[in-house]
Write a protein that binds this ligand. Structure first.
Ligand SMILES: *Cc1c(COP(=O)(O)O)cnc(C)c1O
Length: 394
């Protein structure tokens, strides 16, 4: 008999509860900003990727509203039919200028971009070599491609070279994929070494700079700019959903990449284009970054201030090289208890535990933003101190 009650899902959900990992989605009753109304309570927001505070910026919002008035609410079709509104081309030109690359192709999100691009640029007979800590959307893109796969230990250049040495000659194209900034620890990929190895072994390079764009390099141009590697990385992925404050993803590369993707990338062929509001708002954000370093400077000064104060209190803030500030607590239960106590005290930081990070390295991942005021940061630090002492962490 057919099970209309979906009993198998009910059982799985019971399993989540038994494992202590069941949760409800928190509800934000307003814009994403330095303080948010989460589940009806005002808290300091230390959990968003809105690095530069652009998600609720008046200039960015105005660009979105103006675009809705001129272009409507939706694009109406995929880009290969009639969804390719002229403002998408403008966004791509602005992004190419920002990234200092030949051309840019935009997607509906960073996840879409990885899934669509990886699948399109390699095929059977090719090899992908991927860092073990790469983002889930890269892993999905790799899974969908028909290329063979190899994984190297996180940022381990000897391991990467040993794979290249052993396998390079068995394949047509070899593609090395890495995150530019690793989101759980805030460490940077060893891009200069990766590029050297790729050149030595005639492999292509693919850097997903979702957490680097808007954060590192001149005015937030990303890790490739930070390491002065322009022209030496083949595919540079960025998102419009984090520092840029809107939604969307893109790949910056040669003109041929854009042309090929317009024929083969499945999210462009089978899913409706970005809505006009998102396209215009993202364009405005990128222009603002090119006009002034004010946003990135504020982000970095806030991040340095916060990290220094936490370290002085005796917290372990890991080896982050970016505004991502992990506060490592250790045991899973204690990490979640810390996160709950901070929320009660008016500070929202999500706890991140196994299996997202290794066992016993549970952490509160603090995401610092240019939108935070010194009062926000001082208040948060005071709550960290109070809860840290109560729980015997410091
Ligand atoms: C967040 C993230 C993505 C996904 O970006 P969206 O635009 O939110 O879909 C892709 N790659 C990395 C490394 C990310 O951190």
């Amino acid at each position: 008999m057919k099970d209309h009650e979906l009993t198998y899902l009910k059982k799985k959900i019971e399993g989540l509860k038994e494992d202590g990992v069941y949760r409800e989605l928190p509800v934000n009753y307003g814009p994403c900003d330095n303080r948010i109304n989460l589940n009806g309570k005002e808290v300091v927001n230390l959990s968003s990727n809105n690095y530069l505070g652009l998600a609720n910026h008046p200039r960015v919002k105005k660009a979105a509203i103006d675009a809705v008035n001129k272009y409507g609410a939706g694009a109406g079709a995929v880009r290969t039919i009639v969804g390719n509104q002229d403002i998408l081309g403008i966004l791509e030109d602005v992004l190419a200028e920002f990234k200092r690359e030949e051309s840019v192709m935009c997607f509906q999100s960073g996840l879409n971009c990885n899934i669509g691009t990886i699948q399109a640029i390699v095929e059977k007979g090719d090899l992908i070599i991927s860092d073990e800590l790469n983002h889930a959307s890269i892993i999905d893109g790799v899974r969908l491609s028909r290329a063979d796969k190899a994984v190297f230990k996180h940022s381990d250049m000897e391991h990467l070279e040993s794979i290249l040495e052993e396998k390079r000659n068995d394949y047509n194209q070899v593609l090395i994929i890495t995150d530019g900034v690793f989101s759980m620890d805030g460490d940077l990929a060893k891009l200069p070494e990766i590029v050297e190895l790729a050149e030595k072994y005639n492999a292509m390079t693919y850097v997903d700079d979702a957490h680097g764009s808007g954060v590192l390099g001149e005015s937030g141009r990303g890790t490739v700019d930070h390491f002065h590697l322009h022209g030496r990385v083949d595919f540079i992925i960025g998102t419009l959903s984090k520092a840029i404050g809107v939604v969307g993803g893109y790949v910056a590369s040669k003109k041929e990449t854009k042309t090929w993707l317009s024929h083969r990338a499945r999210p462009l062929l089978f899913s409706t284009a970005l809505p006009p509001a998102a396209t215009a708002a993202a364009t405005e954000s990128v222009k603002m970054l090119m006009e002034s370093e004010e946003y990135t400077d504020k982000l970095w000064s806030n991040a340095r201030y916060f990290k220094e104060k936490l370290a002085k209190l005796g917290f372990n803030t890991g080896h982050s090289e970016t505004p991502i500030t992990p506060v490592i607590i250790g045991p899973e239960a204690k990490t979640m208890e810390f996160s709950r106590a901070l929320l009660d005290a008016g500070v929202y930081v999500s706890g991140i535990v196994f299996p997202t990070v290794p066992k016993n390295t549970g952490r509160l991942r603090c995401m610092i933003s240019a939108s935070h005021t010194i009062e926000d940061l001082d208040y948060s630090i005071a709550q960290f101190e109070k809860v840290g002492k109560e729980l015997g962490i410091i």
